[in-house]
Design a protein around this ligand. Structure first.
Ligand SMILES: [Zn+2]
Length: 260
């Protein structure tokens, strides 16, 4: 699916606050797990039940959104200075296996491109590294599942080697986490790994520099990115939570990026 040039004009509507007329809201939504929490789960906000996810994707499809991978969206922004009017990127953090069993069938059926940020040290394992302390371990994507999804248009970005909080560790360790995960994914997928997501959204200026120097084109945070300007290495996303139960709540979360 290509992004059409005529969409650019619509993207130049006033954004309220940036002063240059270019809409500065990043049209990227973020999911964690497409599943139901297990009885042992204490932190349940990151779970979106599969049937609710399917309804949300169908909503986007019927409302004329144009799906891009995260790197396609950012490359458009770099080239044009704005986001495509109907463009949206769907992202998933952590690479738990439900991304394959519960999210991928929906994405494939609706021909929705998406981007998954994964943690190479968890691949093929059951691990709790990506979760809050004390949460039960979850199975992660296998190499074969990642390869199959990659062939079907799912983009994979780095979420570090071990999901360590990058603002809290020595710079040398940051470099390892960032550089090694990119290298791992490029070896596995034989494609450039262009995008990055900070574990739990945390970063610092030094961390941003490491991610950029490693050769990524952008990095995603969540609510911690700057509100009134675009920093390609601290991009906000709209997080979808378990509490976004009804489609009207989901639609409301998208209001900031809706242009028509
Ligand atoms: Zn994460």
């Amino acid at each position: 699916m290509s992004v059409k040039a005529e969409h650019i004009d619509a993207a130049l509507k006033p954004s309220g606050g940036t002063g240059n007329g270019v809409r500065q809201v990043v049209p990227v939504i973020q999911y964690h797990m497409i599943d139901r929490p297990t009885p042992a789960s204490q932190v349940r906000g990151g779970f979106t039940p599969p049937e609710r996810f399917a309804k949300q994707m169908a909503y986007l499809k019927t409302h004329g959104y144009e799906f891009l991978t995260a790197s396609e969206l950012i490359e458009f922004y770099i080239g044009e200075g704005c986001f495509p009017a109907r463009g949206i990127a769907i992202t998933f953090d952590d690479g738990c296996r439900d991304a394959y069993t519960n999210a991928f069938p929906v994405l494939r059926d609706l021909e929705i491109k998406a981007t998954m940020f994964i943690v190479p040290s968890c691949i093929g394992k059951t691990d709790s590294k990506t979760l809050a302390e004390g949460e039960p371990a979850r199975p992660h994507l296998s190499r074969n599942e990642i390869l199959e999804m990659s062939k079907s248009g799912i983009e994979f970005g780095s979420h570090t080697m071990n999901h360590r909080l990058l603002h809290k560790i020595p710079l040398r360790d940051v470099e390892y986490e960032v550089v090694e995960s990119k290298r791992y994914l490029e070896d596995l997928l034989r494609k450039p790994c262009k995008t990055f997501a900070y574990p739990a959204g945390y970063y610092s200026e030094e961390v941003e520099h490491v991610v950029e120097a490693a050769g990524h084109i952008c990095a995603f945070s969540t609510i911690y990115g700057p509100k009134n300007r675009i920093d390609l290495f601290a991009l906000n996303r709209i997080e979808i939570f378990r509490r976004d139960r009804f489609l009207c709540q989901f639609a409301k979360r998208l209001e900031r990026i809706q242009l028509t």
